[in-house]
Design a binder for this molecule. Sequence first.
Ligand code: ZN
Length: 340
Amino acid sequence: MLDVGSIAKVELHRHLEGSLRLATVAEIVRSLHLPEAALSAEQLAQRAQVLEPMESLEAVLAAFDVFQRCFASLELVERLAYEAVQDAARDHVRLLELRFSPDFMTRTARLNWDKAMAALVRGVRRAAAEFDVAVGLIAIASRGYGLQSAMQTAEFAVHWRHELVGFDLADNEVRYASAEFAPAVERVRAAGLPVTVHSGESTGPEHVRDTLDALHAVRIGHGVAVGRDPQLAERMVRERVTIEACPTSNVRTRAVPSFAEHPARRLLRAGVPLTLCSDDPGLFAITLSDELEVARRELGFTDVDLARATQHGLNASFLPAEQVAAVKRRHFGWVTKLLP
Ligand SMILES: [Zn+2]
């Protein structure tokens, strides 16, 4: 049986803003004299981490508030980016796609987006070189900030396209339809950036269909709803649209009632390209290894299933193909060994 902790892993869906270390958060709230400085370590953990299924997705998004305020200076942006990559590498993630919302990240401290991006890139590059991990950055437009913010994020992504590997539309899909954001997504697609979209998380299959039709996403974040619609699942197989599945996140945000009802294994075995992701390791206090372990223990993944999900992750990566091939040759022999 595979030792999931020590094998090389690929992570396509991880939010920088959800990857903060609790110890770092504690240090920052103290040094900035934020209101949370008065909390005990235990109280801060309760505020900043979601360890049990919560009442709603909105409640989880509210927990992001403290993380958001930690991005208080360019130095901190660089440090938080560095640490996020370091933590992934410590968990033997060898290919990491790290996503961030420039509007969300810079909002509290009113940081300049371009300066924040330069700081983020410095932190990521330094950690990537030190810890032997290939990293690609994805810019996120948050639905809740509206179309104007999404357009600004699209322009930002086009400007920084050589430092980015893709674009994502995230946040509340219940209230904001994907199609509303088509102009922003079209802008980045025209500039050559591929698109992944948070869709079908706490919404129905029709939302995923709209996302595919209106935004031409080539990957779907979460996609839990695909499990309820065999025709949609067939479409995902046919069009090679990859699901970034985040089982722990889905249980904690109640996108699924329990692990037993998570569709990941069923979809994977039906041929849907699907890869396992952690979403927000800091928020949920998990690693990607934990997620693979959960897939095995709770979802019934075999070693071959884990290899297949990893293979799908490598295949669907937005990093340049030659870079993925080199990483695969160097670190992912265990996958090729398990897959005939
Ligand atoms: Zn996400």
